[in-house]
Ligand binder design. Sequence first.
Ligand SMILES: *[C@@H]1O[C@H](CO)[C@@H](O)[C@H](O)[C@H]1NC(C)=O
Ligand SMILES: *[C@@H]1O[C@H](CO)[C@@H](O)[C@H](O)[C@H]1NC(C)=O
Ligand SMILES: *[C@@H]1O[C@H](CO)[C@@H](O)[C@H](O)[C@H]1NC(C)=O
Length: 448
Amino acid sequence: MFLLWLLVLGGLGHHFWKYGLHWLEGPGLLLAPCSSDCRVQLVESIPVGLYPASPSGPSIVDSWLRLLDRANSSVHIAAFYFTLQGSDEETTDPSDSQGRKVLGRLKQLQSKGVKLQIAVNAPQTSTKDTAELAAAGAQVREVDLRALTGGVLHTKLWVLDHKHFYLGSANMDWRSLSQVKEVGLSVEDCSCLAQDAFRIFEVYWSIGANSGSPPLFWPARLAALSSADRPLQLKFNGVPARVYLSSAPPQISPHGRADDLATILSVIDDAQKFVYISVMDYLPLSEFTEPPRFWPAIDSDLRAAACTRGVRVRMMVSCWEHSPASMFTFLQSLLVLSRPPLRCNIEVKIFSVPSTPEQRKTPFARVNHAKFMVTDRVVYIGTSNWSENYFTHTAGAGLVVNQTGSEVGEDQQTLQSQAEELFLRDWSSDYASSLSMDAVDFCPPSRR
Ligand SMILES: *[C@@H]1O[C@H](CO)[C@@H](O)[C@H](O)[C@H]1NC(C)=O
Ligand SMILES: *[C@@H]1O[C@H](CO)[C@@H](O)[C@H](O)[C@H]1NC(C)=O
Ligand SMILES: *[C@@H]1O[C@H](CO)[C@@H](O)[C@H](O)[C@H]1NC(C)=O
């Protein structure tokens, strides 16, 4: 009898541990009706001087300013760090004016009656911006993941009025608005999805409140509202879309949240014709273990896509002064499959952002920092480099938009086709060069 009770208690305990006290939280599960007719924009930061001849699309800075103008009750931001204003030695030319503009708008929120909450990675390298924002009424929480996951909070996510949001590669850094190439997604009038994005923010916020430890159980009010199996059925600019969010690492994902790595793998596996990938760094390694360890998850999937299923795989990574030299060696090993006898459809290109001598003086700028993937079926927007630690230690987030089979009107476009155009613009530009199999030092510091 005693043993039976022990079993029952143990089972219940395990259930609580895994799912939280969900049936005690009825209200958390009863969602208010939400808006699903969303307006979305693929937004970019194009470094000054890049693509001088072509008109640039909607910019990240404009989308942030627009979202801030629309907010009338709350703004929630999860960020790796804040350096919207540059220090004097960095900002000789061109300046940090756009970053300062965003910072100024954030400071005005309080006086408009809009609550501002910021979850930022701890320890902060510079507290200037966040201290000024706190002085202007913002609540700032530092999120220290070192004890919990051994990583950092690398997510860049804004949620406004629980109705609009932004997710993408751009940091809250003046450079990310004018000196670094970035891609993100701005979504408006979309409370069904924004509420789910807010739950990802709330995970960081609650860890920040508990000085780096997660709550004893993840409450049901933080459980995912979307997943690969149960995507939200929305309209994106009038076109039906199935959408879900993912997050990493699993240690901080409440019940039901799609795992970021599993999401990337499922998107690659789902492709039938092509997989186009634009990431800053790609390494089939666990970098921060001693010694480094081989990590084949994504690499094997790409090889299988190209060599087993005949899918066209195009991989574009970045070259700058901090590029790990081993990345190019690993990419050559991927590329070797394009040779006989297999002749798999794999191509690799390296994107470099050119700089004037003056621009070169700004550290950590002039690089393609975008992280997204587009296949013939879906688009995935993320915040992580593609190496193991980003999925097992670092907090990041992603979003999948699936409009496969959706009816598209004459003046309409899917997000997938916009992302494909964006990728192909970069891929076929002069800034992207094909990786050669024989090059020894493909991205030498002198060329960067
Ligand atoms: C915020 O603005 C929307 C319209 O954009 C309006 O419907 C809503 O009532 C406003 N909320 C507040 C708290 O002012
Ligand atoms: C996209 O939607 C189609 C149709 O519902 C589905 O079969 C496919 O698995 C989805 N793809 C992804 C990557 O979610
Ligand atoms: C990954 O991305 C960050 C910025 O997002 C960059 O600073 C870092 O050097 C990158 N590479 C690796 C291998 O972590």
